[in-house]
Write a protein that binds this ligand. Structure first.
Ligand code: NOJ
Length: 738
């Protein structure tokens, strides 16, 4: 009874708060001119940084003072945000500016890139990165982050896979929830939280050919089942905003897409926040061939539910005219303005426009040691051990001579990844791989360094020096991969091999006969068959952020036993892309990897990836056995099936393992994937320790979209697979019955 009373009070407060903000905003809007209303829908980039094509606009400051700008992006620090907010306070109604920023993998302290973090399969830690990034960013005057990016993608040619959660929807949903919670903390309005923005709505990750900004053509069933759930999860987690996407979806640009924004998002999902366009995407509907000019673009976008115009100026230049001419209903403008003002209210900006611009807080967050510690922890946990022949890793700290060779050895900025736009220029607080490794070696051991080559050119002049360095060493650590700006926005690539002469260098070093540990730095799955087949130990280190060097050293020397698992399938060849584990069986599946005659297979390549989704090794050995189901039947009415396995640490190291549960629905009214991830648990076992791990499945977990887009389950037979990758072979079955 007491509890019900508390809930009642809580709901009344929330309701009261909602009424208060509604009333405040209605009063304010009654005083606003049409131009001022349109101003709230207008967002510009500051001049300190640009994250899109620059549009020269000489009089932004005057416009702010006139109340014709609602939001700015790329304006950070107490100094700059105060400067601009003061200008907004000179406007007639003193409506505060909203400062948005791409806080994608940390702010000043950088965490592993989002895809790398997902390899940890550790949702609480992923949430913590977002939390700490929010604490920092909000202390630097930022109100709103353009994150999380929740686009599912099955195409590593697309450079933006580095920003997302990979190829799987189930995993993507958990990550989306965690990141939204992390950014928004105890709620927007707290000075240690930023408003989140789930992007890019929708299906941006399915660009044809993996070419950024390209078209997307997909069935609605695929859209609902694979691409929308992380957005829905973000909305359910209370995300304040969404950003729409550059692509057209089935011929209609997302920015002008009524079905996506009005029907699905605002009607079916009852989303109360606002939608910001992507950079210039309202105006880009002209190039799409969807509208004739910015005047039409403004009309189409506002009707479709795009509330704020990032950088295209279509609203600013045409919306008032469209309303005055009776071509756009003022109600649409009012709805967009209201949504934005409510968020400003919830952020507390009307009460104090300078609430987030506090020098003391900014100073206190400079290089926060707790955040650095977290960057190191999650850095190590993001590393995926792909190969470890003869247990070459971990190395002994007493190894007399280690050679560190490769273009990533001593550089620092390369460790950060694409969206590190806010770091001070000198990069002085980023730990290089050389520094991290050296710091952990015994005083009497030597770390020899040779760069060997650049990341992406044909210069072989440093090969000899590298070969000599290798000859002096007991073991070589090669550090190779992509430069920080080779994956990211507009960074699609048709070749995913090591760029430049890096692989050639690796082959030369291998000829010395020295044991090699290969570290691969990248923002996407690369293709490295020769290395995979010929190098003893390989760790995928992605781009790990400010503490990269220490995190890598922790894994190399075994302070941390790696447990990362791949969040995307790693192809053998670009020709296999798109590649993903949850494909359909087809009518002519190949019986094995060698069968090619009249089956769905490549004649010159296996179907399987080089490394499976969910795969990753440990220094210890985990045995997963004894798969048991609580029943062979699951009833459609409120029943629960318990699935258990025994996990035993049979190796010589304590360690973590990600136990994964996959399901196959054998026969459906629409065909179902050969496997679907339905659960995972990350557990820690001391060496020799054994534990039962339990999962639960309910009929709800077996639902899918049928041909009429109804979300249903169907009775019938299911298979269950449990193991430590999507290739797990431990199998059982059950039947879903009435
Ligand atoms: C374009 C990108 O697609 C988007 O993700 C980003 O938030 C904006 N630019 C602003 O930088």
């Amino acid at each position: 009874m007491k509890c019900i009373f508390k809930i009642f009070i809580f709901l009344s407060i929330i309701k009261g708060y909602g009424q208060e903000s509604e009333k405040f905003v209605s009063d304010l809007m009654s005083k606003m001119t049409l131009e001022e209303k349109v101003g709230q829908l207008n967002q510009y980039s500051g001049e300190w940084a640009h994250t899109g094509p620059v549009t020269k606009d000489g009089d932004k400051q005057t416009q702010i003072k006139k109340g014709l700008v609602g939001s700015m992006l790329n304006v950070t620090t107490v100094k700059h945000t105060t400067e601009l907010q003061k200008m907004a306070m000179q406007s007639r109604l003193k409506i505060p500016l909203l400062f948005g920023q791409d806080v994608i993998h940390g702010f000043r302290i950088n965490y592993p890139i989002p895809l790398a973090e997902v390899a940890s399969w550790d949702i609480p830690l992923i949430e913590k990165s977002a939390r700490f990034a929010a604490v920092e960013a909000s202390a630097y005057g930022v109100h709103w982050t353009f994150a999380p990016m929740v686009d599912i993608s099955r195409d590593p040619r697309w450079g933006r896979v580095m920003e997302g959660a990979g190829e799987d929807t189930f995993l993507g949903v958990q990550v989306a929830k965690g990141r939204v919670k992390g950014f928004q903390g105890n709620g927007i309005g707290n000075t240690d939280a930023v408003m989140a923005c789930a992007k890019h709505f929708a299906a941006y990750g399915a660009a044809v050919g993996g070419r950024d900004y390209n078209s997307v053509d997909m069935s609605l069933r695929q859209l609902y089942e694979t691409y929308l759930p992380p957005f829905k999860a973000a909305v359910d987690a209370g995300v304040g905003t969404l950003m729409n996407s550059f692509n057209d979806l089935n011929g209609v640009p997302a920015t002008g897409n009524k079905f996506l924004q009005r029907e699905i998002l605002k009607k079916q999902w009852n989303f109360k926040g606002f939608v910001v366009s992507d950079w210039g995407s309202i105006g880009e509907m002209i190039q799409h061939g969807f509208v004739k000019n910015n005047y039409e673009a403004a009309k189409v976008a506002i009707e479709a539910g795009s509330d704020m115009d990032m950088e295209s100026r279509s609203y600013k230049n045409h919306l008032a005219q469209l309303v005055n001419e009776g071509k756009v209903d003022i109600k649409l403008v009012d709805d967009a303005v209201r949504r934005i003002l409510i968020k400003k209210y919830e952020l507390g900006l009307f009460a104090d426009p300078f609430k987030f611009s506090n020098q003391k807080r900014e100073d206190a967050q400079s290089n926060n040691p707790e955040h650095r510690k977290h960057a190191r922890d999650i850095g190590a946990r993001s590393i995926v051990l792909l190969k470890n022949e003869k247990q070459l890793l971990p190395l002994s700290k007493k190894t007399k001579n280690i050679a560190l060779i490769g273009p990533f050895g001593k550089v620092v900025g390369e460790n950060l990844g694409f969206w590190a736009t806010t770091w001070p220029d000198d990069n002085s607080t980023i730990v290089s791989q050389f520094a991290g490794i050296k710091a952990q070696m015994d005083a009497n051991s030597n770390l020899i360094y040779a760069k060997g080559c650049n990341v992406n050119d044909q210069d072989r002049s440093q090969f000899n020096e590298a070969i000599e360095a290798a000859k002096k060493a007991d073991v070589v650590i090669m550090t190779m991969g992509e430069a920080h700006d080779m994956s990211g926005e507009a960074k699609s690539r048709s070749s995913l091999q090591f760029p430049g002469v890096q692989e050639e260098l690796l082959k030369e070093i291998q000829k010395t006969g020295k044991p090699i540990v290969l570290l691969i730095n990248a923002g996407r799955p690369l293709i490295f068959n020769w290395a995979a087949d010929n190098i003893e130990a390989i760790a995928y280190t992605w781009w790990l952020g400010s503490e990269a060097g220490n995190a890598i050293a922790d894994v190399v020397f075994g302070n941390y036993n790696p447990a990362g698992k791949l969040p995307m399938s790693f192809p053998r060849s670009e020709g296999q892309i798109p590649i993903y584990y949850n494909y359909y069986n087809t009518g002519r599946p190949a019986a094995d990897e060698n069968e090619t005659s009249y089956v769905s297979a490549y004649n010159d390549l296996k179907n399987s990836p080089k490394y499976f989704f969910g795969y990753g090794l440990s220094y210890t050995k985990f045995d997963i056995s004894n798969l048991k189901l609580s029943n062979s039947k699951l009833k459609t009415e409120n029943d629960v099936l318990k699935i258990s396995v025994t996990v035993e640490n049979k190796g010589n190291f304590d360690g973590e393992e990600v136990v994964q549960l996959y399901i196959r629905d054998l026969v459906g009214s629409v065909v179902r994937p050969v496997r679907e991830l339905k659960g995972f648990q990350k557990i820690f076992l001391k060496k020799g320790e054994k534990r039962e791990v339990q999962f639960e499945i309910t009929p709800e977990n077996l639902k899918f979209y049928n041909d009429n887009l109804e979300y249903i389950f169907e009775e019938g037979d299911f298979e269950v697979f449990v193991g430590n990758s999507s290739n797990a072979d431990l199998k059982a079955s059950f039947e879903l019955v009435k």
